[in-house]
Design a protein around this ligand. Structure first.
Ligand code: FAD
Length: 418
Protein backbone atom coordinates (compact mmCIF):
# COMPACT_ATOMS: atom_id res chain seq x y z
CA UNK A 1 0.00 0.00 0.00
CA UNK A 2 1.36 3.39 -0.92
CA UNK A 3 0.13 6.50 0.78
CA UNK A 4 1.11 8.97 -1.88
CA UNK A 5 1.84 12.21 -0.11
CA UNK A 6 -0.65 11.28 2.52
CA UNK A 7 0.26 11.04 6.15
CA UNK A 8 -1.32 8.30 8.22
CA UNK A 9 -3.75 9.72 10.74
CA UNK A 10 -3.06 7.04 13.30
CA UNK A 11 -0.09 4.98 14.35
CA UNK A 12 0.81 2.43 11.71
CA UNK A 13 0.76 -1.27 12.07
CA UNK A 14 1.01 -3.77 9.23
CA UNK A 15 -0.24 -3.00 5.77
CA UNK A 16 -3.13 -5.37 6.17
CA UNK A 17 -4.07 -4.61 9.74
CA UNK A 18 -4.19 -1.22 11.43
CA UNK A 19 -4.86 -0.43 15.05
CA UNK A 20 -5.11 2.69 17.18
CA UNK A 21 -2.47 1.52 19.61
CA UNK A 22 1.08 2.76 19.42
CA UNK A 23 3.04 0.21 17.45
CA UNK A 24 6.11 -0.12 19.61
CA UNK A 25 7.34 -3.01 17.46
CA UNK A 26 7.01 -1.28 14.13
CA UNK A 27 10.01 -0.40 12.06
CA UNK A 28 10.20 2.95 10.30
CA UNK A 29 12.89 3.65 7.69
CA UNK A 30 13.48 7.24 6.56
CA UNK A 31 14.75 7.21 2.97
CA UNK A 32 14.12 5.06 -0.09
CA UNK A 33 17.55 5.23 -1.72
CA UNK A 34 19.67 2.11 -2.10
CA UNK A 35 20.25 2.03 1.66
CA UNK A 36 16.58 2.24 2.69
CA UNK A 37 15.33 -0.19 0.04
CA UNK A 38 18.16 -2.71 0.47
CA UNK A 39 17.51 -2.75 4.19
CA UNK A 40 13.77 -3.19 3.65
CA UNK A 41 14.40 -6.15 1.31
CA UNK A 42 16.80 -7.81 3.74
CA UNK A 43 14.44 -7.20 6.65
CA UNK A 44 11.52 -8.73 4.78
CA UNK A 45 13.48 -11.94 4.20
CA UNK A 46 13.86 -12.32 7.96
CA UNK A 47 10.58 -10.80 9.16
CA UNK A 48 7.88 -11.48 6.58
CA UNK A 49 5.04 -10.21 8.74
CA UNK A 50 6.47 -7.33 10.77
CA UNK A 51 4.96 -3.92 10.14
CA UNK A 52 7.20 -1.79 7.97
CA UNK A 53 6.88 1.85 6.98
CA UNK A 54 9.20 3.80 4.69
CA UNK A 55 9.04 7.58 4.45
CA UNK A 56 10.68 9.51 1.67
CA UNK A 57 10.95 13.10 0.55
CA UNK A 58 11.16 11.94 -3.09
CA UNK A 59 8.74 9.87 -5.19
CA UNK A 60 9.99 6.53 -3.84
CA UNK A 61 10.98 5.15 -7.26
CA UNK A 62 13.70 2.52 -7.15
CA UNK A 63 16.81 3.27 -9.21
CA UNK A 64 20.52 2.64 -9.11
CA UNK A 65 22.12 5.97 -8.28
CA UNK A 66 25.57 5.08 -9.72
CA UNK A 67 23.98 4.98 -13.18
CA UNK A 68 23.34 8.73 -13.04
CA UNK A 69 26.92 9.41 -14.13
CA UNK A 70 27.04 6.73 -16.83
CA UNK A 71 23.73 6.83 -18.67
CA UNK A 72 23.76 9.83 -20.97
CA UNK A 73 25.80 8.09 -23.66
CA UNK A 74 23.39 5.14 -23.51
CA UNK A 75 20.44 7.43 -24.15
CA UNK A 76 18.84 6.57 -20.82
CA UNK A 77 16.15 8.92 -19.57
CA UNK A 78 15.29 9.30 -15.88
CA UNK A 79 12.16 7.30 -16.59
CA UNK A 80 14.19 4.40 -17.95
CA UNK A 81 16.52 4.48 -14.95
CA UNK A 82 13.61 4.16 -12.57
CA UNK A 83 13.03 0.42 -12.52
CA UNK A 84 10.14 0.24 -10.01
CA UNK A 85 7.61 2.79 -8.82
CA UNK A 86 6.83 3.33 -5.14
CA UNK A 87 3.62 1.34 -5.64
CA UNK A 88 5.57 -1.61 -7.01
CA UNK A 89 8.10 -1.39 -4.21
CA UNK A 90 5.33 -1.26 -1.59
CA UNK A 91 3.81 -4.42 -3.09
CA UNK A 92 7.15 -6.20 -3.29
CA UNK A 93 8.02 -5.31 0.29
CA UNK A 94 4.52 -5.64 1.73
CA UNK A 95 5.20 -2.24 3.27
CA UNK A 96 3.66 1.18 3.46
CA UNK A 97 5.59 3.95 1.76
CA UNK A 98 4.90 7.62 2.34
CA UNK A 99 6.20 9.53 -0.67
CA UNK A 100 6.82 13.27 -1.09
CA UNK A 101 6.82 13.39 2.69
CA UNK A 102 9.62 14.84 4.76
CA UNK A 103 10.42 13.92 8.35
CA UNK A 104 11.00 17.26 10.04
CA UNK A 105 11.40 16.26 13.67
CA UNK A 106 12.18 13.22 15.80
CA UNK A 107 10.86 13.17 19.35
CA UNK A 108 13.11 10.44 20.72
CA UNK A 109 11.68 10.20 24.26
CA UNK A 110 8.16 9.69 22.85
CA UNK A 111 9.33 7.86 19.69
CA UNK A 112 7.26 10.10 17.47
CA UNK A 113 8.16 11.53 14.08
CA UNK A 114 6.68 14.75 12.78
CA UNK A 115 6.17 14.54 9.04
CA UNK A 116 5.20 17.10 6.46
CA UNK A 117 3.77 16.52 3.04
CA UNK A 118 5.54 18.27 0.15
CA UNK A 119 4.08 21.62 -0.82
CA UNK A 120 1.67 21.81 2.13
CA UNK A 121 1.70 23.19 5.65
CA UNK A 122 0.08 19.99 6.83
CA UNK A 123 2.06 18.12 9.49
CA UNK A 124 1.20 14.89 11.27
CA UNK A 125 2.75 12.37 13.64
CA UNK A 126 3.95 8.82 13.22
CA UNK A 127 5.01 6.50 16.02
CA UNK A 128 7.95 4.18 15.68
CA UNK A 129 9.32 1.29 17.63
CA UNK A 130 12.70 1.19 15.94
CA UNK A 131 13.83 3.93 13.60
CA UNK A 132 16.40 3.77 10.79
CA UNK A 133 17.89 6.87 9.20
CA UNK A 134 18.83 6.25 5.55
CA UNK A 135 18.74 9.88 4.55
CA UNK A 136 21.73 9.81 2.19
CA UNK A 137 24.04 12.68 1.31
CA UNK A 138 23.62 16.04 -0.40
CA UNK A 139 25.83 17.98 -2.79
CA UNK A 140 28.28 20.22 -0.97
CA UNK A 141 27.41 23.89 -1.04
CA UNK A 142 29.06 25.62 -3.99
CA UNK A 143 31.66 28.29 -3.34
CA UNK A 144 30.59 31.79 -4.26
CA UNK A 145 31.39 32.68 -7.88
CA UNK A 146 31.36 36.19 -9.29
CA UNK A 147 28.93 36.94 -12.12
CA UNK A 148 25.22 36.50 -12.71
CA UNK A 149 24.97 32.78 -13.50
CA UNK A 150 25.74 30.86 -10.30
CA UNK A 151 22.08 29.80 -10.06
CA UNK A 152 22.35 28.09 -13.46
CA UNK A 153 24.98 25.58 -12.33
CA UNK A 154 23.61 22.02 -12.34
CA UNK A 155 24.31 19.34 -9.77
CA UNK A 156 23.16 15.74 -9.98
CA UNK A 157 22.36 13.68 -6.92
CA UNK A 158 19.02 12.08 -7.76
CA UNK A 159 16.72 11.17 -10.64
CA UNK A 160 15.00 14.52 -10.64
CA UNK A 161 18.32 16.36 -11.01
CA UNK A 162 19.26 13.99 -13.82
CA UNK A 163 15.98 14.65 -15.62
CA UNK A 164 16.44 18.43 -15.38
CA UNK A 165 20.00 18.17 -16.62
CA UNK A 166 19.10 15.92 -19.57
CA UNK A 167 16.32 18.28 -20.57
CA UNK A 168 18.64 21.29 -20.39
CA UNK A 169 21.23 19.52 -22.58
CA UNK A 170 18.84 19.21 -25.52
CA UNK A 171 20.29 21.11 -28.46
CA UNK A 172 23.46 21.98 -26.51
CA UNK A 173 27.02 21.06 -27.42
CA UNK A 174 29.50 22.30 -24.83
CA UNK A 175 29.68 21.40 -21.15
CA UNK A 176 31.91 22.66 -18.39
CA UNK A 177 32.41 20.16 -15.55
CA UNK A 178 33.59 21.49 -12.21
CA UNK A 179 35.44 18.84 -10.19
CA UNK A 180 37.52 15.92 -11.43
CA UNK A 181 36.76 13.57 -8.56
CA UNK A 182 35.00 10.24 -9.02
CA UNK A 183 31.71 11.65 -10.22
CA UNK A 184 33.21 14.45 -12.33
CA UNK A 185 35.51 12.01 -14.17
CA UNK A 186 32.61 9.63 -14.76
CA UNK A 187 30.50 12.43 -16.24
CA UNK A 188 33.43 13.49 -18.44
CA UNK A 189 33.76 9.89 -19.65
CA UNK A 190 30.02 9.63 -20.30
CA UNK A 191 29.42 13.02 -21.91
CA UNK A 192 32.41 12.88 -24.27
CA UNK A 193 31.04 9.57 -25.54
CA UNK A 194 27.62 11.17 -25.92
CA UNK A 195 29.22 13.62 -28.38
CA UNK A 196 29.58 16.74 -26.20
CA UNK A 197 32.60 19.02 -25.98
CA UNK A 198 33.82 18.61 -22.41
CA UNK A 199 35.97 20.96 -20.34
CA UNK A 200 36.90 19.48 -16.96
CA UNK A 201 38.23 21.84 -14.29
CA UNK A 202 39.81 20.91 -10.98
CA UNK A 203 41.76 22.80 -8.37
CA UNK A 204 44.11 19.80 -8.09
CA UNK A 205 46.83 19.14 -10.64
CA UNK A 206 45.47 15.81 -11.88
CA UNK A 207 42.11 14.00 -11.86
CA UNK A 208 41.11 11.96 -8.80
CA UNK A 209 43.99 13.62 -6.96
CA UNK A 210 42.77 12.64 -3.49
CA UNK A 211 42.55 8.98 -4.51
CA UNK A 212 45.28 8.40 -7.10
CA UNK A 213 49.02 9.10 -6.97
CA UNK A 214 50.11 11.57 -9.64
CA UNK A 215 51.35 9.05 -12.20
CA UNK A 216 48.05 7.14 -12.14
CA UNK A 217 46.00 10.35 -12.20
CA UNK A 218 48.03 11.64 -15.16
CA UNK A 219 47.50 8.33 -16.92
CA UNK A 220 43.73 8.70 -16.60
CA UNK A 221 43.99 12.37 -17.62
CA UNK A 222 45.88 11.61 -20.82
CA UNK A 223 43.49 8.79 -21.69
CA UNK A 224 40.47 11.11 -21.29
CA UNK A 225 42.29 13.84 -23.23
CA UNK A 226 42.93 11.30 -25.99
CA UNK A 227 39.16 11.09 -26.40
CA UNK A 228 38.79 14.87 -26.49
CA UNK A 229 38.22 15.92 -22.85
CA UNK A 230 40.00 19.23 -22.15
CA UNK A 231 41.41 19.04 -18.61
CA UNK A 232 42.22 22.27 -16.76
CA UNK A 233 44.11 21.35 -13.58
CA UNK A 234 45.44 23.45 -10.70
CA UNK A 235 42.81 26.11 -11.27
CA UNK A 236 39.30 27.04 -10.16
CA UNK A 237 36.29 28.83 -11.49
CA UNK A 238 36.11 32.41 -10.25
CA UNK A 239 33.34 33.94 -12.33
CA UNK A 240 30.41 32.65 -14.34
CA UNK A 241 28.18 34.90 -16.39
CA UNK A 242 25.50 34.63 -19.01
CA UNK A 243 26.49 35.32 -22.59
CA UNK A 244 23.37 35.12 -24.74
CA UNK A 245 22.04 31.56 -24.45
CA UNK A 246 25.45 30.34 -23.25
CA UNK A 247 27.89 31.09 -20.43
CA UNK A 248 31.33 32.58 -20.06
CA UNK A 249 33.44 30.99 -17.33
CA UNK A 250 36.54 32.69 -15.98
CA UNK A 251 39.23 30.53 -14.32
CA UNK A 252 41.75 31.85 -11.82
CA UNK A 253 44.61 31.00 -14.21
CA UNK A 254 43.22 33.59 -16.63
CA UNK A 255 41.56 31.15 -19.04
CA UNK A 256 38.06 31.90 -20.29
CA UNK A 257 35.82 29.02 -21.33
CA UNK A 258 32.66 29.47 -23.37
CA UNK A 259 30.12 26.80 -22.59
CA UNK A 260 26.42 25.93 -22.90
CA UNK A 261 25.98 24.13 -19.58
CA UNK A 262 27.87 24.02 -16.29
CA UNK A 263 27.70 20.91 -14.09
CA UNK A 264 29.38 20.87 -10.67
CA UNK A 265 30.55 17.63 -9.08
CA UNK A 266 32.31 19.02 -6.04
CA UNK A 267 31.55 16.28 -3.55
CA UNK A 268 28.80 15.13 -1.23
CA UNK A 269 28.23 15.48 2.49
CA UNK A 270 26.08 13.34 4.75
CA UNK A 271 22.53 14.49 5.50
CA UNK A 272 22.81 14.87 9.23
CA UNK A 273 20.40 17.75 9.92
CA UNK A 274 17.57 15.62 11.26
CA UNK A 275 19.91 13.59 13.47
CA UNK A 276 21.57 16.76 14.74
CA UNK A 277 18.23 18.29 15.62
CA UNK A 278 17.27 15.11 17.46
CA UNK A 279 20.43 15.35 19.56
CA UNK A 280 22.03 12.22 18.13
CA UNK A 281 25.80 12.01 18.01
CA UNK A 282 27.05 13.29 14.65
CA UNK A 283 30.56 13.51 13.23
CA UNK A 284 31.13 13.66 9.45
CA UNK A 285 28.05 11.42 9.31
CA UNK A 286 25.54 10.16 11.85
CA UNK A 287 27.80 8.30 14.27
CA UNK A 288 26.96 4.61 14.59
CA UNK A 289 28.76 1.61 16.00
CA UNK A 290 29.22 -1.65 14.16
CA UNK A 291 25.66 -2.63 15.05
CA UNK A 292 24.72 0.53 13.11
CA UNK A 293 23.18 1.85 16.29
CA UNK A 294 23.29 5.59 16.96
CA UNK A 295 23.72 7.14 20.39
CA UNK A 296 20.02 6.24 20.91
CA UNK A 297 19.50 2.45 21.15
CA UNK A 298 16.20 2.65 19.21
CA UNK A 299 17.68 4.59 16.30
CA UNK A 300 19.99 3.19 13.61
CA UNK A 301 21.61 4.64 10.49
CA UNK A 302 23.17 3.29 7.30
CA UNK A 303 24.15 4.41 3.81
CA UNK A 304 25.63 7.78 2.86
CA UNK A 305 24.27 9.52 5.97
CA UNK A 306 26.17 7.26 8.39
CA UNK A 307 29.68 7.18 9.79
CA UNK A 308 30.34 3.65 10.92
CA UNK A 309 32.88 3.16 13.68
CA UNK A 310 34.77 6.17 12.26
CA UNK A 311 34.44 5.10 8.59
CA UNK A 312 32.56 7.22 6.11
CA UNK A 313 32.16 5.21 2.92
CA UNK A 314 29.86 6.80 0.36
CA UNK A 315 29.62 3.72 -1.86
CA UNK A 316 27.14 0.98 -2.63
CA UNK A 317 29.09 -2.08 -1.48
CA UNK A 318 29.34 -0.95 2.17
CA UNK A 319 25.64 -0.09 2.36
CA UNK A 320 24.72 -3.54 1.06
CA UNK A 321 26.83 -5.16 3.79
CA UNK A 322 25.19 -2.82 6.33
CA UNK A 323 21.67 -3.64 5.10
CA UNK A 324 22.27 -7.38 5.59
CA UNK A 325 23.74 -6.94 9.03
CA UNK A 326 21.17 -4.39 10.25
CA UNK A 327 18.27 -6.56 9.07
CA UNK A 328 19.58 -9.28 11.39
CA UNK A 329 19.80 -6.86 14.29
CA UNK A 330 16.32 -5.44 13.70
CA UNK A 331 14.81 -8.88 13.58
CA UNK A 332 16.23 -9.81 16.96
CA UNK A 333 19.65 -11.22 16.14
CA UNK A 334 22.20 -8.47 16.99
CA UNK A 335 24.87 -8.47 14.34
CA UNK A 336 27.95 -6.37 13.65
CA UNK A 337 29.02 -5.23 10.22
CA UNK A 338 32.57 -5.99 9.20
CA UNK A 339 33.93 -4.50 5.98
CA UNK A 340 36.68 -6.33 4.19
CA UNK A 341 38.51 -4.83 1.23
CA UNK A 342 36.26 -2.62 -0.89
CA UNK A 343 37.78 -1.79 -4.27
CA UNK A 344 35.65 0.68 -6.24
CA UNK A 345 35.48 0.56 -10.02
CA UNK A 346 35.39 4.12 -11.32
CA UNK A 347 33.07 4.19 -14.33
CA UNK A 348 35.67 5.75 -16.64
CA UNK A 349 35.03 3.06 -19.20
CA UNK A 350 37.34 4.70 -21.75
CA UNK A 351 40.20 3.94 -19.36
CA UNK A 352 39.05 1.61 -16.57
CA UNK A 353 40.19 2.68 -13.12
CA UNK A 354 39.88 0.88 -9.80
CA UNK A 355 40.62 2.46 -6.46
CA UNK A 356 41.00 1.02 -3.01
CA UNK A 357 42.35 4.00 -1.11
CA UNK A 358 44.33 3.70 2.10
CA UNK A 359 42.78 5.30 5.17
CA UNK A 360 43.40 9.05 5.27
CA UNK A 361 46.63 9.61 7.18
CA UNK A 362 47.84 6.00 6.87
CA UNK A 363 51.65 5.67 7.11
CA UNK A 364 53.22 4.41 3.92
CA UNK A 365 54.18 5.26 0.36
CA UNK A 366 53.01 4.51 -3.16
CA UNK A 367 55.02 1.98 -5.15
CA UNK A 368 54.32 2.40 -8.82
CA UNK A 369 54.78 0.14 -11.80
CA UNK A 370 53.87 1.17 -15.32
CA UNK A 371 52.14 -1.37 -17.49
CA UNK A 372 51.70 -1.45 -21.26
CA UNK A 373 48.66 0.76 -21.04
CA UNK A 374 48.05 1.63 -17.43
CA UNK A 375 49.50 2.03 -13.96
CA UNK A 376 49.59 -0.26 -10.94
CA UNK A 377 50.07 1.73 -7.71
CA UNK A 378 50.39 -0.08 -4.39
CA UNK A 379 50.34 1.79 -1.09
CA UNK A 380 52.55 -0.09 1.39
CA UNK A 381 53.76 0.64 4.92
CA UNK A 382 57.36 0.20 6.08
CA UNK A 383 56.68 -3.51 6.83
CA UNK A 384 55.55 -4.01 3.25
CA UNK A 385 51.86 -4.50 4.13
CA UNK A 386 49.52 -3.47 1.34
CA UNK A 387 47.18 -0.76 2.72
CA UNK A 388 45.55 0.36 -0.52
CA UNK A 389 45.94 0.34 -4.27
CA UNK A 390 44.99 2.15 -7.44
CA UNK A 391 44.88 0.61 -10.90
CA UNK A 392 44.37 2.19 -14.29
CA UNK A 393 44.04 0.81 -17.81
CA UNK A 394 45.10 -2.79 -18.28
CA UNK A 395 46.55 -2.85 -14.73
CA UNK A 396 43.00 -3.46 -13.45
CA UNK A 397 43.83 -7.12 -14.13
CA UNK A 398 45.62 -7.06 -10.73
CA UNK A 399 42.42 -6.22 -8.86
CA UNK A 400 41.68 -9.69 -7.49
CA UNK A 401 45.24 -10.46 -6.47
CA UNK A 402 45.68 -7.13 -4.68
CA UNK A 403 42.22 -7.33 -3.07
CA UNK A 404 43.21 -10.63 -1.53
CA UNK A 405 46.47 -9.24 -0.21
CA UNK A 406 45.18 -5.86 0.98
CA UNK A 407 44.47 -5.19 4.65
CA UNK A 408 40.73 -4.98 5.33
CA UNK A 409 39.15 -1.64 6.19
CA UNK A 410 38.07 -3.01 9.56
CA UNK A 411 39.49 -5.82 11.62
CA UNK A 412 37.49 -7.95 14.00
CA UNK A 413 38.27 -5.92 17.09
CA UNK A 414 36.66 -2.63 16.14
CA UNK A 415 39.95 -0.84 15.50
CA UNK A 416 41.33 0.01 12.13
CA UNK A 417 44.02 -1.84 10.25
CA UNK A 418 44.50 0.74 7.59
C1 FAD B 1 26.38 10.44 -9.73
C2 FAD B 1 26.76 9.42 -8.72
C3 FAD B 1 27.49 8.29 -9.12
C4 FAD B 1 27.85 7.33 -8.19
N1 FAD B 1 28.57 6.24 -8.60
C5 FAD B 1 28.88 5.26 -7.73
C6 FAD B 1 29.58 4.08 -8.13
O1 FAD B 1 29.94 3.92 -9.29
N2 FAD B 1 29.83 3.12 -7.21
C7 FAD B 1 29.44 3.24 -5.91
O2 FAD B 1 29.68 2.33 -5.10
N3 FAD B 1 28.80 4.37 -5.47
C8 FAD B 1 28.50 5.37 -6.35
N4 FAD B 1 27.83 6.48 -5.92
C9 FAD B 1 27.43 6.56 -4.50
C10 FAD B 1 26.17 5.72 -4.26
O3 FAD B 1 25.25 5.97 -5.29
C11 FAD B 1 25.59 6.07 -2.90
O4 FAD B 1 26.54 5.62 -1.94
C12 FAD B 1 24.25 5.43 -2.58
O5 FAD B 1 23.36 5.50 -3.67
C13 FAD B 1 23.64 6.12 -1.35
O6 FAD B 1 22.37 5.61 -1.08
P1 FAD B 1 21.53 6.16 0.18
O7 FAD B 1 20.29 5.36 0.19
O8 FAD B 1 22.39 6.16 1.39
O9 FAD B 1 21.23 7.68 -0.15
P2 FAD B 1 20.22 8.41 -1.22
O10 FAD B 1 20.16 7.65 -2.50
O11 FAD B 1 20.70 9.80 -1.25
O12 FAD B 1 18.80 8.30 -0.53
C14 FAD B 1 18.43 9.16 0.52
C15 FAD B 1 16.94 9.05 0.72
O13 FAD B 1 16.59 9.76 1.91
C16 FAD B 1 15.44 10.54 1.67
N5 FAD B 1 15.44 11.62 2.66
C17 FAD B 1 16.47 12.41 3.04
N6 FAD B 1 16.07 13.23 4.04
C18 FAD B 1 14.78 12.95 4.31
C19 FAD B 1 13.81 13.43 5.24
N7 FAD B 1 14.12 14.39 6.14
N8 FAD B 1 12.57 12.91 5.23
C20 FAD B 1 12.23 11.93 4.34
N9 FAD B 1 13.11 11.42 3.44
C21 FAD B 1 14.37 11.91 3.43
C22 FAD B 1 15.56 10.95 0.20
O14 FAD B 1 14.31 11.32 -0.33
C23 FAD B 1 16.08 9.63 -0.39
O15 FAD B 1 15.01 8.75 -0.63
C24 FAD B 1 27.48 7.48 -6.82
C25 FAD B 1 26.76 8.62 -6.41
C26 FAD B 1 26.41 9.58 -7.35
C27 FAD B 1 25.64 10.79 -6.91
Amino acid sequence: MVLVGQAPTKPLSSASQQSNTTTAASLVIIGTGLAGYNLAREFRKLAPRSPLLLITADDGAFYSKPLLSASFSHGKTAQKLSTSSAEEMARELDAEILVHTRVIHIDRPKKILTIQQDGTEHVSKVHYGQLVLATGAKCRKLPHYEGDAQAHIFRINNLRDYHRFRTAMIGRKRILLLGAGLIGCEFANDLIQAGFEVDLVDQEKWPLATLLPEIAGRDLQSALEGYGVRFHGDTSLTRIEKSGASFKAQLDNGEVIKTDIVLAALGLEANTGLANMAGLSVQRGIAVDRNLQTSDPSVYALGDCAEIDGHQLLFVAPLIACAKSLAQTLSGNPSQVNFGVIPVAVKTTLHPTTICPPRPGAEGAWQISREKSGVCAEFRNSRGDLLGFALTGNAIAHRERLSQECQPIMNNQSTNNR
